[in-house]
Design a binder for this molecule. Structure first.
Ligand code: DCB
Length: 269
């Protein structure tokens, strides 16, 4: 399960809520989505100390309750991860120094490159940020985003990062938008030897809203299970949108009942 933007919905990072992600939802991984350029974005005037504190709280709870935790540098409207590369290096230097001894901590260094960002751009960014992380932390998993909102895994498969180990590549899908074609890209990339992590998906369309496509959503899960691919649902919030797992009228931050869940929350549960 992924949070929504941490600056926007900070309340879902709380001890009981994270505990329930493991014990009630029976998920194995929580993703902490920290936007870089929107909604109090880390690089666009957001409160850096407050955001880092929230990330660290989330990680501490994940460690305590035995969950994997993804620290997500959530680029989006900034398009190209090189836009805030220096900030990313400083951020991941601090995080990898703090968590090098916790193998359940995963670094996702660029959510969704888009806006014409090429794999060459992403790869050169990744090699610089990974070098910083590997100075501190020699083996925790690092997830690298792929072009076109994490759909062009074929480009990464054709030219993967070879100078470091334990690198995975993100594929993201929204089931009402991305169907057979993207599933085929996933399978081809896996067959080419690329380690894929679906660090974000939705059952609705690519805006995070619109109708749920249950048939496609189930087809994705079947294919991911067949190949042992991990997947993380977007998003744990009560925003009035389909992808939000909690109903917009519910202000609880843990202890959800069945009726508190949205249709996508019920599907996931
Ligand atoms: C991704 C982003 C994620 C975004 C979801 C749904 O964007 F990683 O941040 O979440 O997928 O679009 C949405 C939230 C909204 C929020 C909006 C902007 O659910 O509440 O208002 O972000 O922050 C994607 C994924 C795929 C595609 C496009 C986008 N695509 N996108 O395939 O075209 O443009 O954001």
């Amino acid at each position: 399960i992924s949070t929504h933007g941490l600056a926007w919905f900070p309340q879902y990072v709380n001890e009981q809520g994270i505990k329930e992600i493991k014990e009630v939802w029976q998920a194995e991984v929580v993703r902490l989505a920290m936007y870089t350029a929107e909604y109090g974005g880390y690089c666009t005037g957001g409160d850096k100390d407050a955001l880092k504190k929230l990330v660290k709280e989330g990680v501490e709870y994940a460690i305590k309750y035995d969950l994997y935790v993804i620290i997500d540098w959530h680029i989006l409207s900034d398009n190209n991860p090189n836009t805030y590369k220096e900030e990313a290096k400083a951020f991941f230097d601090e995080m990898s120094e703090a968590y090098k001894d916790y193998p359940n901590v995963i670094y996702e260094i660029c959510n969704e490159p888009n806006g014409g960002t090429s794999w060459k751009d992403v790869k050169s960014y990744a090699e610089e940020v990974i070098a910083v992380i590997r100075e501190n932390d020699e083996d925790n998993i690092i997830i690298v985003g792929t072009p076109n909102w994490c759909q062009y895994v074929d480009q990464a498969a054709a030219d993967p990062i070879t100078s470091y180990d334990n690198i995975m590549y993100a594929l993201h899908y929204y089931a009402a938008t991305h169907k057979d074609d993207l599933r085929k890209k996933m399978v081809n990339a896996i067959n080419a030897g690329l380690p894929i992590f679906v660090s974000e998906y939705g059952t609705c369309d690519a805006s995070g809203n619109g109708a749920i496509d249950e048939k496609q959503a189930n087809a994705w899960v079947e294919e991911m299970d067949r190949y042992g691919v991990s997947y993380v649902a977007w998003n744990l919030s009560n925003k009035n949108e389909t992808s939000a797992l909690i109903n917009s009228g519910c202000n609880k931050v843990s202890g959800f009942s069945w009726d508190d869940l949205s249709a996508s929350g019920k599907w996931l549960f």
